[in-house]
Design a protein around this ligand. Structure first.
Ligand code: FAD
Length: 325
């Protein structure tokens, strides 16, 4: 039986799996088709891809900054160059924006290179059996001596409630939603903008995928993130009227750029129900040696990938100090 099953291939799952793999046998399980979680890259053909979750890595923590620099040297990550325009004037001007060389799940791929991945395997029930775990999905079952869950807070609580201590169940974590639109724009001219942050009722941020220099096409490709209030209002209903809401966002975006609305085509509208938590939960991770259950994720610490990495590192240190028998 393997030592650890890590549930989730986002940055916290990929980081903890990579660290534990030095000493233990590890497998990753994820319900999605590809790895990366909210750091997801959507390929629409052989050439073109969208980063439709995480937009870029940035670092406040000096250890995370050094880690990103190391990965830039290894050519896993690179700087996202060009004009990043911020009409909200809230963030640090010209702050470094780091992206994957091929896609924003490159880092996850790199971390999980040597680890067995079980994709499209949603875990619905977990059962602790004295000295090991059983993980159940539709038509499959996994066994492991220990498990690490890295889902957003609400999903973790739902799956593991029976085994969680009161202090975890009582954490106040409210993750915000985000509705994201992937767009193609037929316009035979390069737009000299890498990203735009704006004050608008519908649109908060637009990323020009062409500016990442991963592909070269005549058309422009955009990833549009909507505002928190717009996403909150529509997250539970947008699926019923995808075309309508896609057109509403396109109309707003074409007005902002002063371009013909008909030059845009929507590829996909996606609602991230648990996009980020912008407060600190008061804990960095969770490790219960008795139940051989660990939990880490960005939401413990903050809204960004940096928080996912820090939470996973914290959990690894806890397991090292207090290892399972
Ligand atoms: C739209 C959007 C934009 C963002 N932009 C940025 C940004 O610019 N910069 C930044 O630093 N951060 C950004 N973030 C946040 C960043 O993506 C996250 O902080 C980070 O990816 C979280 O990683 P994680 O491993 O903690 O969680 P996740 O990436 O959510 O990983 C959890 C994994 O668990 C899997 N899973 C869930 N339930 C099950 C189940 N029952 N069975 C099996 N698998 C399951 C999921 O498929 C997922 O792969 C953004 C997030 C979103 C949604």
């Amino acid at each position: 039986m393997i030592d650890f099953c890590v549930l989730g291939s986002g940055l916290s799952g990929s980081t903890i799996a990579n660290l534990l793999n030095k000493k233990y046998s590890i497998e990753i399980i994820d319900k999605a088709k590809g790895i990366g979680g909210r750091s997801s890259t959507k390929k629409i053909n052989k050439k073109v891809s969208f980063d439709h979750g995480l937009q870029y890595y940035s670092a406040n923590n000096s250890k995370f900054k050094r880690y990103l620099d190391k990965l830039i040297k290894k050519r896993i990550l690179k700087n996202w160059e060009g004009n990043h325009i911020d009409f909200t004037f809230r963030s640090k001007v010209n702050s470094q924006k780091i992206i994957g060389v091929k896609g924003n799940n490159d880092l996850n791929k790199y971390l999980l290179k040597k680890i067995k991945k079980n994709l499209e395997k949603e875990i619905k029930i977990i059962k602790f059996k004295k000295d090991h775990w059983e993980l159940h999905g539709k038509k499959y079952k996994f066994k492991a001596k220990n498990i690490i869950i890295t889902f957003p807070f609400q999903q973790t609580k739902k799956l593991a409630k029976k085994y969680l201590k009161q202090h975890f169940l009582g954490l106040k974590v409210k993750m915000k939603p985000n509705i994201t639109l992937l767009l193609k724009q037929n316009f035979n001219q390069k737009i000299p903008i890498s990203s735009i942050k704006i004050k608008n009722d519908i649109i908060a941020w637009a990323a020009n995928e062409n500016s990442k220099k991963r592909f070269s096409t005549k058309e422009n490709y955009w990833t549009i993130q909507t505002t928190n209030s717009y996403s909150n209002k529509l997250i539970n209903i947008y699926k019923k009227k995808k075309k309508y809401f896609s057109n509403q966002i396109i109309k707003e975006f074409s007005n902002i750029l002063d371009l013909n609305q008909r030059s845009f085509k929507a590829y996909k509208i996606h609602g991230w129900k648990y996009s980020y938590n912008d407060t600190y939960s008061g804990k960095k991770c969770y490790w219960d040696k008795k139940f051989r259950l660990g939990i880490c994720g960005d939401w413990f610490i903050g809204p960004k990938a940096e928080a996912a990495w820090l939470s996973a590192k914290n959990l690894y240190d806890k397991i090292k100090k207090n290892p399972p028998k």
